[in-house]
Design a binder for this molecule. Structure first.
Ligand code: UTP
Length: 287
């Protein structure tokens, strides 16, 4: 049983400057809901209610978002029952804990901060700037695979062959149509050198052996402790599987992805679909 999830959310978000100069990228809203709330919702929909958020300097608004706001509660309880219930839902979604990553030494280092909380059991990891829109929550799918194999599970998605050099790419042999036994993990390979076109998608189930692997991981790209490098160490002595995730991955740390996601999600909302579609059509016809 996977009971805990870790959401790394301490990064600087330099790809989204200047918006992220004084606010966390994980709090940027897709329409009216901060990115990290979708990620927490995925945990809850996957059956996990114990969540550790790796926080850091300038990330206090994440804590405030999941905390109670007595002033708003007081005003809305009299004025707007729907909004009031939405806010109460946010503060009661899960048991959310926070630990601060004091120096930004990379994703591997961020996960190391979960050691005290997750020392004895496998846990889920969901990147705090990545939303996966799917019918079956991506983390739920990885938990099901973990329960079958009892190995680390890496969520992967198929990408275009000319995109492999932007991602961590897995290689190995397919155990079934959607589960691969790994023999390789390659960070940002050249197009011809990629062992597959399945990319690491920001969702993982990790066993506690990851903490020892992180301890032994040298600084890699950007002089940071990379989680992929730690997983490569694990692969030398343990099996790891990759599982394809259904649905669509949105990297909200990337400005273009953020724009596209906002439009896509708005088109799915009853109150915006029709006027937004008309607006987009008029923009295109005007061109
Ligand atoms: P990214 O590499 O996308 O985050 O990490 P970043 O460093 O903020 O990105 P840019 O390149 O500067 O724009 C994915 C997730 O891991 C967290 C980030 O907050 C993000 O949610 N992270 C990354 C940490 O918690 N700590 C780190 O040291 C690095």
């Amino acid at each position: 049983m996977i009971k805990k999830a870790v959401i790394p959310a301490a990064g600087l978000g330099t790809r989204f400057l200047p918006a992220t100069k004084a606010q966390p990228k994980e709090m940027l809203p897709i329409i009216d809901t901060p990115v990290i709330q979708y990620v927490v919702q995925e945990c809850v929909d996957s059956g996990i209610e114990d969540i550790l958020i790796i926080s850091g300097k300038g990330k206090r608004s994440i804590e405030d978002h999941f905390d109670r706001s007595p002033e708003l509660d007081r005003i809305l309880s009299e004025k707007d029952e729907i909004l009031y219930n939405q806010l109460r839902h946010i503060e009661n979604m899960a048991n959310i804990h926070f630990v601060r990553q004091k120096e930004l030494n990379g994703l591997g280092d961020a996960i190391r901060h979960a050691q005290y909380h997750c020392a004895n059991e496998a846990f889920a990891v969901l990147l705090g700037d990545t939303v996966i829109d799917s019918v079956i929550p991506a983390t739920r799918r990885l938990i099901d695979v973990y329960e079958q194999y009892h190995q680390c599970v890496i969520g992967v998605e198929e990408v275009e062959p000319d995109e492999v050099s932007r991602y961590g790419i897995v290689g190995g042999s397919w155990l079934s149509g959607d589960i691969m036994q790994l023999d390789r993990l390659v960070e940002k390979p050249e197009r011809g050198a990629a062992p597959s076109n399945f990319a690491i998608a920001g969702r993982y189930i990790l066993t506690p052996s990851v903490f020892d692997a992180i301890e032994h991981t040298e600084r890699g790209k950007n002089n940071e402790i990379q989680l992929t490098d730690a997983l490569r160490l694990i692969l030398e002595r343990e099996n790891i599987v990759a599982a394809t995730i259904e649905g669509k991955r949105h990297d909200l740390g990337n400005k273009l992805d953020f724009l596209k996601t906002t439009v896509e999600f708005a088109l799915k909302r009853d109150e915006f679909a029709e006027p937004l579609r008309a607006f987009l059509r008029s923009l295109i016809l005007d061109k």
